[in-house]
Design a binder for this molecule. Structure first.
Ligand SMILES: CCCCCCCCCCCCCC(=O)SCCNC(=O)CCNC(=O)[C@H](O)C(C)(C)COP(=O)(O)OP(=O)(O)OC[C@H]1O[C@@H](n2cnc3c(N)ncnc32)[C@H](O)[C@@H]1OP(=O)(O)O
Ligand SMILES: Cc1cc2nc3c(=O)[nH]c(=O)nc-3n(C[C@H](O)[C@H](O)[C@H](O)COP(=O)(O)OP(=O)(O)OC[C@H]3O[C@@H](n4cnc5c(N)ncnc54)[C@H](O)[C@@H]3O)c2cc1C
Length: 596
């Protein structure tokens, strides 16, 4: 299995390298090679971006050509057995020895071992290691080091290196995630990635970056990329589920009628059409986030880090919500396909196992939403002091006078309703924190006692951002479309708003003038819209334009020959090579004869 996946990975990488294809094509063609994950994912996904983001130009000149030409194969080893979220608590140390101008790497305890890095087990010969930097007896916190861990000729681990694979997981079982321990392992001073901080030959620590969190820059980049990845992953899953639902006929609602396509059931449309809308919503939001990200990078190149906090807050909540929504909706696609959705050959299990992992890696869901909440509460307090709000928080102003937003069920009105919910929930958090402090708690405890509400407020803020961006971008992009295309895409964006308004009626009743009658109207409009979308459902997923080789699904192939493909795959199963398994003769027959 590992050998096969490495072969496929190299064919994929070198083939595309030669063709000089860009990342969207890389993404689509990569999926034609693996159902799960390539052991080289971290090389291009984090090792190369970290060299670009954390190295000086001189260091880049040395390491980037080696990495891009695959002369070295890298990964990103930050998480340890004992710490993943709390980076400041990482235990691996890098202590500077001025007499030899080297750093000595140590993993002092078992819990200090690096754990999880993709490709680390058997594939990578280099890695980025996050370690607590000590020089002249002072700890300067976690810093990135580039470390060779295996001999590039023999691939043997270097002396002082303990490395291996961490074993089977829910998914990602071709990602070759590994563990790594250091026993007084020495690396040259120059292997500290010195864009944001340096150590001189005599061991003097020099802080370069104006912002203390630029070491975390690669994670922000990956979080931004993951939002787009999730749109792509969900689009594949709903293509499979909608195509299968168009082929599958089941039950007989009317005695004198043939079994209908399951796609004709309103409940099936309720399960699946939100998946089509969400794939579009996340794709448009990811493009908007990418443009925000590149804008902040440009500001930072000019020495201005003022927009970094908002980018961190946005990338955190959008990564959390996009991965959580995608995991839930891919599982919903699996449910919609009945038993055949549980077949590995449907590809829905692999898509689910990939998506659910993203909810955890690159920053756990809860932890990232609390990071966003920290920014929201700070913004509220700045608003109270009369300071200006950042663009994505302009809606907070409407909550200043405390008046309840009047409900209006137009698309723009629903977007304003979500703004009111976010403003109301942030305000409720601030009130809760202040109440606990007035009752004698210190700020940290008051914050902790409010964290359940804070996670909810961050989710509400993120939902409001997605709704607004999805609606605005749809309006902008369909301005030049034919009326037919515009109508269908407007239906999808309206469906997203109605779906989430119905999911959040409690909040809308609390923070707007929404009434029982309004809810009935929302429900009726939602159901009518499902029926309107039905005729275009297959066309909408065909428009995602996945080739069968990329979908790799017995249920989602373009020709709809589902039963033939399921049987073809079944007959390939090793157990079907012989009519009678040798276990019969070894175990079952003796058991039947009472000889066991
Ligand atoms: C081709 C490309 C493909 C791409 C796909 C590739 C897929 C690859 C597959 C991936 C496989 C998986 C690979 C992997 O999984 S790699 C490992 C991923 N690990 C994580 O994501 C760890 C998550 N933990 C953290 O990020 C930090 O520990 C957090 C943030 C939780 C706390 O941290 P810390 O305790 O140090 O900070 P603080 O909470 O005291 O806050 C202090 C201040 O700092 C600000 N702050 C915090 N963080 C940031 C930031 N990032 N930018 C800017 N600012 C930031 C913060 O707002 C606050 O500001 P203020 O409120 O004081 O003003
Ligand atoms: C498939 C996969 C691939 C990965 N690849 C890599 C890789 O290549 N490189 C790498 O370095 N890492 C990698 N990781 C590790 C990943 O980054 C961590 O698992 C992730 O950051 C979560 O940290 P943790 O596992 O320590 O969980 P923890 O942070 O221990 O989370 C456990 C629980 O504690 C809660 N919690 C933690 N802190 C707080 C808090 N402050 N407030 C409230 N609740 C809290 C969490 O919400 C969660 O419910 C990978 C993980 C997976 C699953």
């Amino acid at each position: 299995m590992y050998g096969q996946i490495v072969r496929d990975g190299l064919v994929n990488v070198t083939g595309i390298e030669d063709l000089g294809l860009t990342s969207p094509v890389l993404q689509r063609t990569s999926d034609a090679f693996f159902k799960e994950i390539s052991p080289f994912l971290l090389h291009f996904g984090m090792f190369v971006p970290t060299i670009i983001g954390q190295c000086t130009p001189e260091q880049q000149a040395k390491w980037l050509p080696l990495a891009m030409d695959l002369k070295i194969i890298g990964t990103y080893a930050q998480t340890e057995l004992g710490h993943g979220t709390f980076i400041r608590g990482l235990e691996t140390t890098a202590t500077y020895d001025a007499s030899t101008e080297q750093f000595i790497l140590k993993t002092p305890k078992l819990s200090s071992y690096k754990w999880w890095a993709g490709g680390l087990g058997k594939t990578a010969n280099h890695c980025i290691v996050l370690a607590q930097l000590y020089t002249k007896g002072v700890c300067h916190g976690p810093h990135p080091f580039i470390v060779q861990i295996r001999d590039t000729e023999t691939h043997m681990p270097l002396p002082g290196i303990k490395v291996g694979e961490i074993g089977p997981k829910l998914g990602f079982n071709t990602a070759d995630n590994g563990f790594l321990g250091f026993e007084d392992f020495r690396i040259p001073r120059e292997n500290l990635m010195m864009k944001n901080a340096q150590v001189t030959k005599d061991g003097t620590y020099v802080k370069v970056a104006r912002h203390g969190k630029l070491t975390y820059g690669t994670m922000v980049f990956v979080r931004v990329m993951l939002v787009s990845d999730m749109a792509y992953c969900l689009a594949k899953a709903v293509t499979i589920a909608v195509r299968y639902s168009a082929v599958r006929r089941q039950s007989q609602p009317k005695p004198d009628q043939p079994e209908p396509q399951v796609l004709d059931y309103l409940t099936q449309q309720h399960k699946l059409f939100i998946c089509i809308s969400t794939a579009h919503a996340m794709k448009l939001t990811s493009t908007w986030l990418w443009n925000t990200f590149t804008g902040v990078l440009a500001d930072m190149r000019d020495g201005n880090t003022d927009t970094l906090p908002e980018l961190h807050a946005l990338s955190s909540c959008l990564k959390a919500i996009s991965t959580s929504d995608t995991s839930a909706l891919i599982e919903q696609c699996r449910f919609a396909c009945g038993g055949h959705g549980y077949m590995y050959s449907s590809n829905l299990p692999a898509l689910y196992s990939f998506a659910t992992a993203t909810r955890t890696y690159e920053g756990d869901y809860t932890v990232l939403l609390l990071q966003t909440a920290r920014f929201l509460v700070k913004s509220w307090e700045q608003m109270d002091e009369g300071k200006p709000l950042t663009p994505t928080l302009a809606y907070l102003e409407q909550s200043r006078n405390g008046s309840q937003v009047s409900w209006d069920d137009s698309p723009e009105g629903i977007v304003r309703g979500f703004d009111a919910v976010a403003a109301g929930r942030i305000g409720a958090c601030v009130k809760s924190i202040r109440k606990h402090i007035n009752n004698g708690m210190d700020y940290e405890d008051a914050w902790q006692m409010t964290t359940v509400q804070l996670v909810g407020a961050a989710e509400a803020h993120c939902r409001a951002v997605i709704c607004r961006v999805y609606r605005d971008e749809t309006a902008r992009l369909t301005a030049g479309c034919s009326p037919g295309v515009k109508a269908v895409l407007d239906q999808l964006s309206t469906l997203y708003l109605l779906y989430w308004a119905l999911e959040r009626t409690g909040d809308l009743l609390r923070f707007s003038s929404l009434s029982e009658r309004d809810i009935e109207n929302l429900q009726a409009r939602y159901e009518a819209l499902l029926l309107k979308i039905r005729p275009n459902a297959v066309g909408l997923v065909d428009a995602f334009d996945f080739r069968d080789e990329v979908l790799m699904s017995t249920l989602g192939s373009y020709d709809g020959r589902v039963y033939e493909r399921l049987m073809e795959e079944a007959l390939k199963t090793p157990l079907n090579r012989e009519p009678v398994s040798d276990s019969f003769h070894k175990y079952i027959k003796p058991m039947m004869q009472g000889k066991l």
